[in-house]
Design a protein around this ligand. Structure first.
Ligand code: ADP
Ligand code: MG
Length: 252
């Protein structure tokens, strides 16, 4: 039985997609069959793995009930890693889902069969607390919250934690916060070190030991359609995502 992870934070640009792609790639490279689900209509995770964002069928067709999730999976250049791609038309789901009562469990029902296909399923969430994120949190066993190591890092986290409690209470009592992940950390700056200390003080149990450094190779890998572990396996960013994979697996 596979475990489903959501990568969520309503803020944009905090490293959700980068984490979803590279964590999924590291776990897959460690030998675990893994599926990345792109739940953002921007389709950045899809493109970052070298798959066209016009690929069909996509997650939108799965959510609409026209296609089974396993029939929408695409191979990637990474062994053991497949992707359920997003298409720009997924944006329509934000309008369509709320119109239908009970649609919060649509993704959970659709992804259920993937637990037999993969040890890990990783969902890249959009930058909002809208219907697709709620669907992702309802479908997941665990959530990882990337937190950019910058001045407004803590802002919005309280709202996110409220939403997580609401989902736990109303929709998914099994949801566990796997951890908060500090991203784009720059150990040379006072600000990064201050923010790291502050986040660790606020959430002592929750923050992963692994910190993702700001790293040029991590930023440029998507333009080559591959995870950083293939783009430059020896760079600091790749090392950090391998370490995160081990920490995630160890936390269970
Ligand atoms: P989100 O999915 O939360 O919107 P992204 O993962 O797309 O955030 O990251 C936002 C931008 O920051 C992207 O251009 C990405 O390539 C870049 N980025 C993310 N993490 C790093 C990192 N560790 N080092 C350098 N650039 C990064
Ligand atoms: Mg993203």
């Amino acid at each position: 039985m596979g475990t489903i992870y959501a990568i969520a934070n309503q803020k944009g640009g905090v490293g959700k997609t980068t984490t979803a792609v590279n964590l999924a790639a590291c776990i897959a490279e460690a030998g675990y069959p893994t599926i990345l689900v792109d739940a953002d209509a921007q389709a950045n995770a899809t493109v970052a793995l070298g798959v066209s964002k016009l690929t069909q069928p996509s997650l939108y067709d799965v959510l609409s009930g026209r296609v089974q999730a396993r029939d929408a999976l695409q191979p990637t250049s990474v062994d053991n890693l497949r992707i359920l791609p997003a298409h720009p038309d997924l944006a329509a789901a934000n309008i369509e889902l709320p119109r239908e009562p009970g649609s919060e469990t649509r993704l959970r029902d659709a992804l259920g069969p993937l637990r037999d296909e993969a040890t890990y399923v990783v969902i890249d969430c959009p930058p909002s607390l809208g219907p697709l994120t709620i669907n992702a949190l309802t479908a997941s066993d665990r959530v990882i919250v990337p937190v950019q190591t910058e001045y407004f890092a803590l802002e919005g986290l309280a709202g996110l934690l409220d939403t997580l409690s609401l989902v736990q209470r109303e929709l998914n009592p099994n949801l566990v916060i796997a951890g908060m992940l500090l991203t784009m950390h720059d150990g040379r700056t006072r600000l990064s070190l201050d923010v790291e200390r502050e986040v660790r003080q606020h959430f002592p149990e929750l923050v992963f030991d692994t910190v993702i450094p700001r790293n040029v190779k991590v930023g440029e890998a998507p333009s080559y359609g591959r995870p950083v572990t293939h783009h430059d396996p020896n760079c600091a960013g790749a090392g950090a995502y391998f370490e995160l994979g081990r920490e995630v697996a160890a936390r269970g």
